[in-house]
Write a protein that binds this ligand. Structure first.
Ligand SMILES: O=C(O)CCC(=O)C(=O)O
Ligand SMILES: [Fe+2]
Length: 151
């Protein structure tokens, strides 16, 4: 399913994210990265030392996932949720602005390794429950990315 990582037939990507210092005046509720789920299989997220990442827990409350030394955050993607028929859930997450003046003055950097199945993979529920319609992985993820850039 992931055998073609590194070729044009699989859109797994390593993305370098840069959040510039926070301007002095920001709108109410301004975020560095809005609430979302990732789309593919799993995401490996490497954060620098600037906090802000939050994950939604099962009680519907956002909790911080602060940077810890030598620690990688693993987010589950939507295709993994479909594959496992909700056995593993793609968790919502977001990046908020830091509380302190000092941390607002510095950039935040992270590296996200978005792991995706091969473009031609068909993702069906592994338990044969049919809870989700089979989807073509490439079309699914590319469609979600296209919808993002339309917003
Ligand atoms: O920068 C981060 O810590 C999170 C980024 C993220 O969730 C994403 O790009 O999907
Ligand atoms: Fe994400």
């Amino acid at each position: 399913m992931h055998s073609l990582i590194g070729t044009r037939a699989n859109i797994t990507s390593l993305t370098a994210l840069h959040y510039p210092p926070v301007p002095e005046h920001v709108s109410e509720g301004q975020l560095r990265c809005g609430e979302h789920t990732d789309f593919g299989t799993i995401t490996l997220l490497f954060q620098d030392e600037v906090p802000g990442l939050e994950v939604l827990n099962r009680h519907g409350r956002y909790i911080p996932a602060p940077p810890l030394p030598n620690t990688v955050v693993v987010n589950i993607g939507d295709l993994m949720q479909r594959w496992t028929a909700d056995g593993i859930v793609s968790n919502k997450h977001r990046v908020v602005l830091p509380d302190t003046e000092a941390l607002r003055k510095v950039s935040r950097r992270s590296l996200a390794f978005f792991v995706n199945p091969n473009d031609d993979a068909v993702i069906t529920c592994l338990d044969d429950s049919g809870k989700y319609e089979p989807v073509n992985a490439g079309e699914y993820v590319k469609g979600k990315i296209a919808a993002l850039t339309k917003e």
